[in-house]
Design a protein around this ligand. Structure first.
Ligand SMILES: Cc1ncc(COP(=O)(O)O)c(C=O)c1O
Length: 450
């Protein structure tokens, strides 16, 4: 019998997160204070984040202990299974071996609670009563609602309006875990009011929602802000995914030739591939491919520059590939990939040509997701479907060349609350958006001078 799933025992779950900053062969560009232009120090971030997370953000330590209370919650769904996609391989008639790490088994349905639970825990330790955040597709908002609920913290989620309207069930999940969720831009903050005054019909964007959540936290003493992607500590918490996958591949007796993942702010894929990067730096011939949307092509089309993480310019300045913090991406169904910037760690690795990127149109992405669903069964999130498309292309290249490469991807979440996107696809209503060149040019004019 050939194994379909490679499972780890609960005792084999990682007890430490892996910090890539200890192993990078270059210095990361500093994060800059938006007012002074000088590198930020921990106290600058203290109004919006708890100190333990600030320390993790800047830590040079290679390994950081996962608190027992966080491990205890992780055990509700971790370790997650690694699958061999034998049925899909057969359907694609490829000699490639395809594996996927399945993060859709968490209660909210994606990788996001790996950091949501940790962030809620560290906030609770420092006496924080209330947390605000933004969410795109609603995966992150529901994950944080879940994490906050388990540690008894109030949670308010600013949800990008286009997703709020497309995905009412995600809001209901957040409410089930006791959180409050409002469409963004909202009239509840100055940042939201300003955008609504300019364009009352805006679909919203992650950049706008971040401004609202940061403003809310900065203006309430009992409240901190939580970010679901981009920052170093978020990527750090996600490394449980890659650490488990590495062990599981060892059990399978395989090592990847190609790693694939989708990137919105970069957290799921970084968490998956960072534990393999050191091997690549040490000479392993490993390709690491990031999948992003053509409608929001951050790595493939944007300049590498300092920019704000949000529309209103409240966050510190990060050196990243950026389409401009005022860019509002077209309303593709992969709401979690509609972000103008990218995790600085991913950007630095891309800039040093250690990882690659591909930009995709959503029609082709859904074609691939349906091929996957009809063989493996799982209906993946529209974000994840971007990775599925790249894997399919690479597997078909193997078919042509006859090479039996090992391709492993991070299956970051299920699409059970994204079925409206699948319905639009079947009804022939899904459309591709051309690369929004003019809008990006406009937004790049607003890059801060550094
Ligand atoms: C299932 C899923 N995958 C991927 C992403 C993209 O985010 P990140 O790049 O931080 O993993 C999201 C974001 O909402 C998501 O919900």
């Amino acid at each position: 019998m050939q194994a379909t799933k490679i499972q780890l025992d609960e005792k084999q779950m990682p007890t430490q997160w892996y910090n890539i900053l200890a192993d990078l062969p270059f210095q990361m560009p500093p994060v800059l204070h938006p007012a002074t232009g000088k590198p930020v120090v921990p106290d600058d971030l203290a109004p919006i984040f708890p100190m333990e997370l600030i320390k993790q953000e800047m830590s040079p330590e290679r390994w950081i202990d996962i608190p027992e209370e966080v491990q205890d919650v992780y055990r509700l769904w971790r370790p997650t299974p690694l699958y061999r996609a034998r049925r899909w391989e057969k359907a694609l008639d490829t000699p490639a071996k395809i594996y996927y790490k399945w993060e859709g088994v968490s209660p909210p349905g994606s990788h996001k609670p790996n950091t949501a639970v940790a962030q809620a825990y560290f906030n609770k330790q420092e006496g924080v009563k209330r947390i605000t955040t933004e969410t795109g597709a609603g995966q992150w908002g529901s994950a944080l609602a879940f994490g906050c609920d388990l540690f008894g913290i109030e949670c308010k989620v600013y949800m990008v309006r286009v997703s709020y309207e497309q995905k009412p069930y995600r809001r209901i999940m957040m409410e089930t875990w006791g959180a409050k969720c409002v469409p963004s831009p909202s009239p509840d903050t100055k940042a939201g009011q300003a955008v609504l005054a300019q364009d009352p019909d805006t679909p919203g964007s992650l950049g706008i929602a971040i401004s609202e959540a940061v403003e809310d936290a900065a203006t309430h003493d009992d409240t901190k802000y939580s970010l679901g992607s981009v920052l170093n500590h978020v990527l750090l918490h996600q490394t449980v995914v890659g650490l488990e996958a590495k062990k599981q591949l060892e059990i399978a007796g395989d090592y990847p030739d190609i790693l694939v993942g989708c990137i919105g702010g970069g957290s799921n894929f970084a968490g998956f591939f960072l534990p393999f990067v050191k091997d690549k730096l040490d000479g392993k011939p490993l390709r690491i491919i990031c999948a992003e949307p053509q409608a929001c092509p951050t790595l493939t089309k944007a300049p590498y520059a300092y920019d704000f993480g949000d529309v209103a310019g409240l966050t510190p300045l990060l050196k990243m590939y950026t389409l401009g913090h005022t860019f509002v991406p077209p309303p593709i169904h992969a709401g979690g990939l509609r972000y103008h910037g990218m995790a600085p760690i991913i950007c630095a690795l891309y800039n040093h040509k250690i990882i690659e990127a591909v930009a995709l149109h959503q029609m082709a992405v859904f074609d691939a997701a349906i091929s996957f669903a009809r063989t493996e069964g799982f209906i993946v999130a529209p974000e994840t479907a971007h990775a599925v498309k790249v894997v399919m292309d690479e597997a078909l290249k193997c078919k042509e060349s006859g090479e039996a490469k090992t391709i492993v991807f991070n299956n970051s979440g299920h699409g059970h609350f994204d079925l409206a996107a699948y319905e639009a696809y079947f009804a022939g209503k899904l459309k591709d958006y051309t690369y929004p060149e003019e809008k990006i040019k406009e937004a790049l004019k607003d890059l801060p001078k550094v």
